[in-house]
Design a protein. Structure first.
Ligand SMILES: [Zn+2]
Length: 311
C-alpha cells in the first residue's frame, strides 16, 4: 500500500519552496528559501531543502514545479530568471537527493493552474485557464477537468500571445506580447515613461488606487492586453473559468475592474462571453499543490514505488 504523502517542490527565480502534501490537500513541513544567484549554490540549497523536508517522512513520489521553459520528457529546465541553469538536469538532481521515487516535472504556471483547479478558485471548472501575472505573464490550462501541459509541457503560455503586432519588443523576440503590457515591470516602465515616479508595480497599484491617473492608465493598458488574450483563449478552448494569480493580481480592483470592463467589451460570442474570471485563492501554495497533484497521480499509477518515471 503506497503511503500517499508526496514531496512538492516549487522553484522560482527569487525563491524555492517545498513541503509534504497528502490527499487532504494541505501543505505540511513547508519551507521557503531564497534562490541563490549561482550554481552550484542553487543545487546545494535545493538538496539541503529536500533533505530537511523529508527528514522524518518518506514520500511516495516527488512533484517538481519549475520556472520555465521546462522539458519534462528529458527532466531538464532552462528558467529565464535562473541564468545559471540551462538545460539543467533538475530531475536527476532531485532523484540523486531523494532516490528511488517517481519524479514528475511541470512548468510553474501550469502547476499554479492545476493547484487552483485542485484546491482553489478553479475547483469544479471543466475548462480553466490559470494565469500568473508577476515579473512575467505565464499560464496553464485544465481541459475536460484534467491538466493539459501539452506534448512539450509548456501549453497555455499566455504571456506570449501577441495582442498588438505594432507593440513593444518582447524578450521572446516578437512584438506586442501580453507580457510587454501586463507584467509588473512593463506596467511600471510605461508609467515612468508617462511621468509617474515609483519603484515597482506594487507602488503603482497603490497610486492607482489613490487616484493617480497615469497609474490607472498603466493598469488599464495591462488589463486590456490580458482581456484580449483571455478572449482569444476562451474562443479557442471554450473556457468556463479563468483564475488570475501572481504578485500583480494582488492589486485587486485596480486590475480586475478594468479587466472585466474590457472583457465585456471584447467578448463577441455568447460562449466566450460566459467565461468568468476569479482572483487566485492559494497565494504562494498554488504551485506546490499543482506539483503535488502531479506527484500523487504518478504515485497512484506507478507499478512499483521504485520506478523513476522521468530520467
Ligand atoms: Zn513574447
Amino acid at each position: 500500500m503506497v503511503q500517499e504523502v508526496v514531496l512538492a517542490v516549487d522553484i522560482g527565480g527569487t525563491k524555492i519552496s517545498a513541503g509534504l502534501v497528502g490527499p487532504d490537500r494541505k501543505v505540511r513541513r513547508h519551507i521557503v528559501i531564497s534562490t541563490p544567484a549561482n550554481e552550484p549554490d542553487i543545487g546545494d540549497a535545493l538538496q539541503g531543502l529536500l533533505t530537511s523536508v523529508t527528514d522524518y517522512t518518506r514520500p511516495a513520489a516527488i512533484g517538481v514545479a519549475s520556472a520555465g521553459p521546462v522539458d519534462p520528457q528529458h527532466g531538464t529546465v532552462s528558467p529565464i530568471n535562473i541564468p545559471a541553469w540551462r538545460n539543467f538536469p533538475l530531475v536527476d538532481l532531485v532523484s540523486a537527493t531523494v532516490p528511488e521515487l517517481p519524479v514528475t516535472l511541470v512548468g510553474d504556471a501550469i502547476a499554479a493552474a492545476v493547484g487552483e483547479h485542485w484546491v482553489g478558485a478553479g475547483r469544479g471548472a471543466t475548462a480553466m485557464l490559470g494565469i500568473v501575472v508577476s515579473t512575467g505573464v505565464g499560464g496553464g490550462l485544465v481541459l475536460d477537468g484534467a491538466p493539459y501541459p501539452g506534448p512539450s509541457g509548456n501549453a497555455g503560455h499566455l504571456g506570449h500571445i501577441v495582442v498588438d503586432p505594432a507593440g513593444p519588443r518582447c524578450s521572446c523576440g516578437a512584438t506586442g506580447c501580453v507580457e510587454t503590457y501586463a507584467s509588473g515591470p512593463s506596467m511600471a516602465r510605461w508609467a515612468r515613461e508617462h511621468g509617474w515616479s515609483g519603484p515597482d508595480a506594487r507602488a503603482l497599484a497603490a497610486d492607482a488606487a489613490g487616484g493617480n491617473t497615469v497609474a490607472q492608465r498603466a493598469y488599464d493598458r495591462g488589463a486590456e492586453a490580458l482581456a484580449r488574450a483571455i478572449t482569444t483563449a476562451a474562443t479557442l478552448c471554450d473556457l468556463d473559468r479563468v483564475v488570475i494569480g501572481g504578485g500583480v493580481s494582488g492589486a485587486g480592483r485596480v486590475l480586475f475592474a478594468p479587466l472585466q470592463r474590457h472583457l465585456d467589451r471584447l467578448s463577441t460570442s455568447d460562449f466566450a462571453g460566459r467565461t468568468t474570471v476569479y482572483p487566485a485563492a492559494l497565494g504562494g501554495h498554488a504551485g506546490l499543490l499543482g506539483a503535488a497533484h502531479n506527484a500523487l497521480s504518478a504515485a497512484r499509477t506507478a507499478p512499483r514505488p521504485s520506478d523513476i518515471l522521468l530520467r
